[in-house]
Ligand binder design. Structure first.
Ligand code: SF4
Length: 252
């Protein structure tokens, strides 16, 4: 994985969310079955992180050099593998098109041709153009100017951009803008479902809430956790024939 600008490392210490309230109130709450379930789910979420980090170490995500490159990658990775995204990004880099100015002024056909390896290239070219138009309108093309925009506000504005769904918006928020939001993807759902952390009917927000409620609100932690889940699914928790025998989550 190439070294990038947005590299972080986060060890396994201090990831639990701090509880509020007096010990007495806390004890009373834990007497209900619902609270017991919540606590066991919460401790499983923490154990998963510890096991994954100690098995794989820091994943040093997101593999990109600038905020803009993260945002472009977040759109390109929709419905395709990262390997294909890398090929599209390499084309853009070779064409010196990985800048706001280049992307904003690029004819749609040329952009489609450059990102062709990422699949759905005509649709993604439109989405990238809309995202660049958004960055232009909101921040004059300088993504550092997003610093003063509150996270929820920025999320809602991103979600209003054509083709930017919750997973893409949260990837941009977390990895480009360093905001503490947990990214939920198909990999998150797969392993969580297989380990009984989900029942399968939860929507995006419910899954996100489950993780965020049980973890310390921390950009580096959310960054590393999501990257580790991706690694888990690539190496062990495959869609077909998961390799449970040697998996670091075996027994959870
Ligand atoms: S491979 Fe098996 S043990 Fe590992 S996360 Fe997937 S279901 Fe769990």
């Amino acid at each position: 994985m190439p070294k990038g600008f947005f590299l972080v490392s986060y060890n396994t210490g201090l990831i639990e969310k701090e509880t509020s309230g007096t010990p007495e109130r806390f004890r009373r709450r834990t007497t209900t079955a619902k609270a017991r379930r919540r606590i066991s789910t919460g401790s499983a979420i923490i154990t998963v992180y510890r096991r994954l980090f100690s098995c794989f170490g820091s994943q040093r995500w997101w593999p990109a050099k600038t905020r803009l490159e993260v945002a472009v990658g977040a759109v390109l990775t929709q419905n395709t593998s990262w390997r294909n995204v890398e090929r599209a990004i390499a084309n853009l880099r070779k064409a010196k098109a990985l800048s706001f100015r280049a992307l904003r002024g690029m004819p749609r056909e040329k952009l489609s041709a450059l990102i062709r390896p990422a699949g759905y290239y005509n649709i993604k070219a439109v989405r990238l153009a809309c995202l660049m138009e958004f960055f232009d309108r909101e921040f004059g093309g300088n993504l550092d100017r997003a610093r003063s925009t509150e996270t929820q506000d920025l999320r809602e504005r991103l979600l209003a951009v054509k083709g930017i769904g919750q997973e893409t918006a949260d990837s941009i928020l977390l990895y480009a803008f360093n905001r503490p939001v947990f990214v939920v993807d198909a990999y998150t759902r797969r392993f969580a479902l297989r380990h009984g952390l989900l029942n399968g009917g939860e929507d995006y927000s419910a899954v996100q809430k489950l993780f965020m409620q049980n973890l310390k609100c921390d950009v580096k932690l959310f960054n590393e956790y999501h990257a580790l889940i991706v690694r888990l699914n690539k190496d062990f928790c495959r869609k077909k024939d998961p390799l449970c025998g040697n998996c670091p989550l075996k027994g959870i």
